[in-house]
Write a protein that binds this ligand. Structure first.
Ligand SMILES: NC(=O)c1ccc[n+]([C@@H]2O[C@H](COP(=O)([O-])OP(=O)(O)OC[C@H]3O[C@@H](n4cnc5c(N)ncnc54)[C@H](OP(=O)(O)O)[C@@H]3O)[C@@H](O)[C@H]2O)c1
Length: 353
């Protein structure tokens, strides 16, 4: 009844591999992770039980939230256990199946972790169509990243044509999509990113009207002045990926009835929360600032993915990616992401085909 293990769907791949590699959390970092936080292991592929599938992961997504799961600090989700496979989203191919809901050859996205292969009961896995879209995009612009940008921009920033929108961590995965969604709505869009290479990318490749290099304007006053030069009449919507001093610098620049999407706190992860000194602008300027977690809005994912897919397929949405090669490269990719090493979505490619 359950046995329908079909032949390998991917010629050239060793789908009958006896073992695979994975990375576990070896020790909790204090502050940012180091190479010592992780351990590479080789394990045997176990025989499937009824209802299970074996997935070969092709790409692993590296995301800032991972730091929150590695540590025991304040987060919206519990820490992951020591010695367990590092949490992470993957896209891959079903290579064996004893589950009637999945066939060999199905492409699936899910939280299968930092490992080359995974046995799963299928819970939480989402089948994706890679016929007309690259597999990697389902972890980036057509995945959690894209929907996060879509939700924060369309549901909280609510940009209207002609309004001024600012996006921080603008050269990153979420920020890059947020910039492009605001441009698609006819806004004047300003990015904030670290370094001239990143700012060049934000303007030349993502289409922002301007980009402020926060590393050149590295305090609240200097950043505020630099942003104000490009937004003399105020900022109508701010998509905040950074929190901390950058949010503090942005609050006085907001227009009356401005909107702030509190998406991320990359400047504070692994650190203590920071007291804002400019919070009175929330009242003075009648602002609406709303935090959100993309997983709370699964009902809107189909609508978001429809717009993102249309934009991608029409060539109006750039799917920027930084790709590290091989599972052993995942720790460095994660450490690099947290210190700004990536341009666009940080992925790890696990299969060479
Ligand atoms: N709310 C949700 O549901 C949700 C979902 C996904 C992601 N997020 C959040 O969205 C934000 C962006 O995530 P992402 O996946 O797109 O990552 P990302 O932007 O691709 O990568 C992180 C970037 O943050 C910047 N950064 C690092 N430390 C910084 C600091 N101290 N100050 C300013 N910028 C710093 C770096 O760019 P620079 O070189 O420009 O500094 C780095 O490239 C994160 O805060 C993440 O936690 C939230």
């Amino acid at each position: 009844m359950d046995a329908h293990i079909a032949p390998p769907a991917e010629p050239g791949l060793d789908t009958q591999a006896a073992s695979y590699r994975r990375i576990v959390l070896d020790s909790r970092p204090s502050g940012r992770p180091t190479a010592e936080s992780f351990r590479l292991e080789e394990v045997n592929v176990s025989e499937l039980q009824a209802g299970q599938i074996l997935v070969r992961n092709h790409y692993l997504s590296i995301d800032p939230y991972m730091l929150g799961r590695m540590t025991t600090g304040m987060s919206y989700a519990p820490s992951q256990p020591l010695g367990a496979v590092m949490i992470g989203e993957t896209v891959g191919v079903v290579v064996q199946s004893r589950n009637r809901g999945f066939s060999v050859g199905d492409h699936v996205v899910g939280q299968l972790g930092w490992q080359e292969m995974a046995v799963s009961g299928g819970q939480g896995l989402r089948k994706v169509d890679v016929g007309a879209t690259p597999m990697s995009a389902h972890l980036g612009v057509l995945g959690m990243t894209g929907v996060t940008a879509w939700y924060g921009m369309t549901q909280i920033c609510s940009p209207v044509a002609g309004s001024t929108v600012v996006v921080s961590a603008a050269a990153g995965a979420v920020g890059g999509v947020a910039i492009q969604l605001a441009k698609a709505r006819g806004c004047r869009v300003l990015g904030i990113a670290g370094g001239s290479r990143k700012c060049g990318y934000v303007v030349d490749s993502l289409g922002a009207d301007a980009c402020v290099d926060y590393k050149k304007h590295a305090d609240i006053v200097a950043l505020g002045q630099a942003v104000r030069k490009h937004a003399p009449d105020g900022v109508d919507s701010y998509f905040d990926n950074v929190n901390g001093w950058m949010l503090e610098a942005m609050l006085p620049l907001m227009s009356r009835f401005g909107r702030i999407a509190l998406c991320g706190m990359i400047s504070r992860y692994g650190d203590t929360p920071m007291q804002l000194t400019t919070h009175s602008y929330l009242l003075i300027s009648r602002l609406r600032a709303q935090g959100f977690i993309v997983w709370d809005h699964l009902d809107l994912w189909p609508q978001a993915l429809e717009e993102l897919t249309t934009l991608l397929q029409s060539g109006s949405l750039l799917s920027g990616e930084s790709i590290a090669e091989g599972i052993e490269a995942a720790p460095a990719a994660c450490i690099g992401l947290l210190s700004g090493g990536n341009l666009g979505k940080q992925l790890v490619k696990l299969v060479q085909v």
